[in-house]
Design a protein around this ligand. Structure first.
Ligand code: NAG
Ligand code: NAG
Ligand code: NAG
Ligand code: NAG
Ligand code: NAG
Length: 417
């Protein structure tokens, strides 16, 4: 992200903060229960032209403005906050069902009760992010990996009508609704006895990681057993309050894999067990393509399901300690396993390295790790280093990484998330 790209978003954050302080009465600004700004309210505040400027201002030569059909609400939906919702669908895959999934529709309980479940087997709920769908990351990597490995029920959540490009802001706002409707499905599955609540594991990628966190705000069956966040996105305009985003309280075990931290993915720890891979923002084999870095989180997780070597991380108390060289694999007391088979009692922040191509897992082999640590630190250098050092407070993160996140999610012509 260039400073130029960040400036308009930072300006918006400052405007929002200033107006919030004034209590205009006209605009309902975020409070404890609703930190994600409704895009319609931003427009009320700034006017559509300024809003567009804020959204697209970082593009080189204003090229985002010239995208055909680009308009604030042209194809962007913020549906009424009701579940079930025709724009949010749930698809069951098992070994028996194969590639032609069965739709689970809360409005039609028989579709849930009589679906061909792998009864008594684990349930994995996969949630895509911005510009995704049920046949996009993390589904493409993780669904086949589970079904090859064993008898699983894999449910792919599809909220693609609510998250198309260029509707990033709207998609962010829709995250809570998708969390609500997914919670409703899970409650219904439990009520109908097709799945045991403790067998349910939710895995969300990018904005889908934030959807997973939102399930906790709505679910009635209890506290989810496990949520895995794969490079969870930092929604626009959040405060330091935890309710709208994934955090350690959202399930009994929340494990997180960070592969593009501080850019498309959240920089700060989001779970009880957080792994940062390689140089934390850049992944080997990705040659400075942040979409590639981001998508490595589901790729590593998928590989972890059946990996004979496994991904093992060494402990370090924080990103800052990692970057200042206070931690190294040399003096790591123990290595901790990342991914599907992580120990649900493990806690803390860990760092791990991968190979540049499949198989990515390096097992316990940390022979090169110290050298690659030095390499990574020197390569990434300035920008990330400063962001990392400055992001010690939640507020700093909201301003810095939030802007980076927004810049990374600027409207583009291709699916990049
Ligand atoms: C969640 O969905 C239910 C069912 O439509 C609805 O009654 C409830 O108001 C929703 N909750 C929120 C906070 O939107
Ligand atoms: C999981 O971690 C806990 C606490 O660190 C440890 O006591 C336990 O033996 C571990 N379990 C496995 C299967 O490694
Ligand atoms: C570190 O960088 C040097 C010089 O670019 C390179 O030769 C070496 O292979 C790198 N080591 C690792 C482990 O990446
Ligand atoms: C980080 O903080 C220092 C000291 O407050 C400041 O001089 C520097 O500009 C900041 N860097 C970034 C990238 O925000
Ligand atoms: C793809 C899809 O189901 N889109 C629906 C989203 O919801 C609106 C109403 O809120 C429907 O009109 C669309 O058909």
């Amino acid at each position: 992200m260039s400073a130029r790209a960040a400036a308009p978003l930072l300006a918006l954050l400052l405007v929002a903060a200033a107006v919030q302080g004034e209590d205009t009465g006209a605009v309902d600004f975020p409070d404890e229960d609703n930190e994600v700004l409704d895009p319609r309210k931003i427009v009320d505040l700034l006017g559509e032209e300024d809003y567009l400027d804020v959204l697209v201002g970082g593009g080189e030569d204003g090229k985002w403005l010239s995208l055909p059909g680009f308009g604030l609400f042209d194809n962007c939906i913020n549906p009424p906050p009701e579940c079930p919702n025709s724009n949010i669908t749930f698809w069951l895959y098992t070994r028996e069902i194969g590639d032609d999934p069965e739709q689970l529709d809360v409005a039609v309980p028989e579709s849930i009760e009589y679906a061909r479940w792998a009864h008594g087997k684990p349930v994995k709920v996969l949630i895509h992010g911005y510009t995704g769908d049920k046949d996009y990351s993390p589904n493409t990597e993780i669904r086949p990996a589970y079904l090859k490995y064993g008898d699983y029920n894999v449910i792919s959540v599809d909220w693609s009508p609510l998250a198309p490009s260029p509707c990033y802001v709207q998609a962010t706002y829709n995250v809570a609704l998708v969390g609500n409707c997914t919670a409703q499905l899970i409650d219904e599955m439990v009520r109908l006895g097709v799945a045991a609540f403790e067998d349910i594991h939710v895995v969300g990628f990018s904005l889908g990681g934030q959807v997973a966190g939102n399930i906790a705000n709505y679910i009635r069956s209890g506290k989810l057993t496990r949520i895995t966040g794969l490079d969870p996105a930092l929604p626009l305009f959040t405060t330091i309050s935890t309710s709208p985003r994934l955090d350690a309280s959202d399930a009994q075990f929340v494990d997180v894999i960070h592969t593009n931290a501080g850019w498309k993915g959240k920089l700060m720890p989001s779970g009880q067990l957080d792994f940062y891979l390689n140089s934390i923002i850049q992944q080997p084999g990705c040659s400075w393509d942040s979409s590639c870095d981001h998508a490595r989180a589901p790729a590593y997780f998928a590989e972890s399901i059946a990996s004979p070597q496994g991904f093992w991380g060494f402990s370090c108390s924080s990103i800052i300690s990692f970057y200042t060289g206070l931690c190294s694999p040399d003096d790591a007391a123990e290595l901790v396993l990342m991914g599907e088979h992580a120990n649900s009692s493990s806690r803390g922040v860990y760092f791990a390295y991968t190979n540049p191509t499949f198989p990515f897992a390096k097992g316990h082999d940390l022979g090169e790790a110290v050298e690659s640590l030095h390499n990574a630190t020197s390569q990434v250098g300035g920008a990330l280093g400063e962001t990392a050092f400055n992001a010690t407070a939640g507020a700093a993160e909201a301003a810095g990484a939030g802007a980076a996140e927004a810049a990374a999610h600027r409207p583009t012509l291709h699916n990049d998330n």
